[in-house]
Each structure stands twice: as structure tokens, then as C-alpha cells.
Design a protein around this ligand. Sequence first.
Ligand code: CIR
Length: 256
Amino acid sequence: MWIAITREVSPKLGDCELSFVSRHPIDVDRARAQHAAYCHVLGACGCEVIALPAESGLPDSVFVEDAAIVLDELAIITRPGAASRRDEAASLVPALGAFRRLVNIQAPATIDGGDVLCIGRDIHVGQAGRSNAEAIAQLRTLVTPHGYRVHGVPTHDCLHLKSAVTQVADDTLLVQPAWVDTSLFAGFKLIEVDPDEEHAANALRIGDSVVYPDNFPRTARRLADAGIAVTTVDVSELQKAEGATTCCSLVFRGGA
Ligand code: CIR
């Protein structure tokens, strides 16, 4: 039922873009092992995993989420906010094109998939460093004919909208209230991250399961207490590159 497109870790991961975390040496072999375990968990959650080979010259290319926005009706190839990331989509196109009609965001628009939170027919787009108003306008033009509504959401002090809010159940969002105005999501049950775990709002939902970093135990407890099935993974080396669990895959329904 689910397809997950992933990409192996680049040997240059240590040269990644960083915006809100400090640079620390990254053990690429360890990152590869963590990524392999993450892919295994995606399979255990019911995904057919399509693992693309590493793009050796593109440090951030493991973070495939940022290169595309996949809806049931079409997929939108993004134009990432960081210039160093704009060549990542090329090798993704054949894999994604097998499942969806592809369209492109055009310059001067910039948008990262990490800024795009799709909840039913509502598409929330973070407005901060990586994604601009022109991208929101282009996205709206592309998806309105399919019945979607696009909402710009200001964020601050974090890389992406999905650093600050992700969906963990049909009616429930996991939020970091310091980084986004949670009143914009008033119709949902909100689970706040534990105050000692500021980067804990990024969770990858697949069906009824949530794939979640293993270093936020207090927030994981809050999720479990809400009845959410949490599978934890060690992504510590990927976190040094400002990644987490949503960013390492594009998960979507197959056969649409
Ligand atoms: C970047 O700054 O673009 C990468 N180092 C991290 C991207 C993480 N992407 C995501 O969470 N969607």
C-alpha cells in the first residue's frame, strides 16, 4: 500500500547545509548504518522501500523529502531554498515519475518539502528561510484544481515547518509551540514536545504508526500515552546534519 523512496547517505554528508544547529563531525559509516536501520523500519511499517543509490557529490541528498511534494494526484518537484540542493531532484525524477505525473516549481520560487505539511485537502507551507511566497503561489495554482487549499504558515527559529509540527494521528498534531503559532491548528488535538526536547516535533506517520527518533524519550512517552504506536530509531548522525525522520523518505500511497 505504501511506497517509500529513500536515498543512501552521501560520503560528503559532513559538508551538509546547517541553519539552526552547530556543526559537529559526522561519522558517515554510522550514518549509513542508522539510515539502513531506518529503511528497515519503513519496511516493517508496511512500505515497499525504493532505495536510490547515493549521490556522492550532493551532501544533503539523503534528505529526499525536500526535493518533492507527493500528493495522490500528482507530484511536485521542488526548487530547494539552499542552492547546493537544487541538483538533488534529477535522479529522483525517474523513480517518482513511475508513480505520479510530475510538475515543477519554477524560479524564482523556492520551497523545501520539509516545509510542506499535508493534512487531507489542506496543505500548510512554512514561510521562513527556505520557502517563499512565490512558491506558495505556484503551489496553489498547481493544486487548487485538485481541491486542495494552500496556507502559508510563518515559522521562526527552526529549519522547516515540519521541525515545528507534524501529524501523528488523524486528529492529532505533535507541536513545538516555541516555533509556530499553534492557534493556526486549533481544530486538532495538540501534543506539545517536552520542554527539554526542543527538536522533538518531527515524527514520520505511516498509517497508524509513527517512526520517531530514540533520543526524545519524554515526548515519546507523551505520544504513547495518547495511544499512538511509536517505533523509535537512532538517527543521531543524521540529526547532526539537521535531519530527522520525515526528511529521509518520501512516503505515499502506491497505485494512485
Ligand atoms: C538542510 O539544511 O537542507 C539539510 N542539512 C537538512 C534537511 C532536513 N530536511 C528536512 O527535515 N526535511
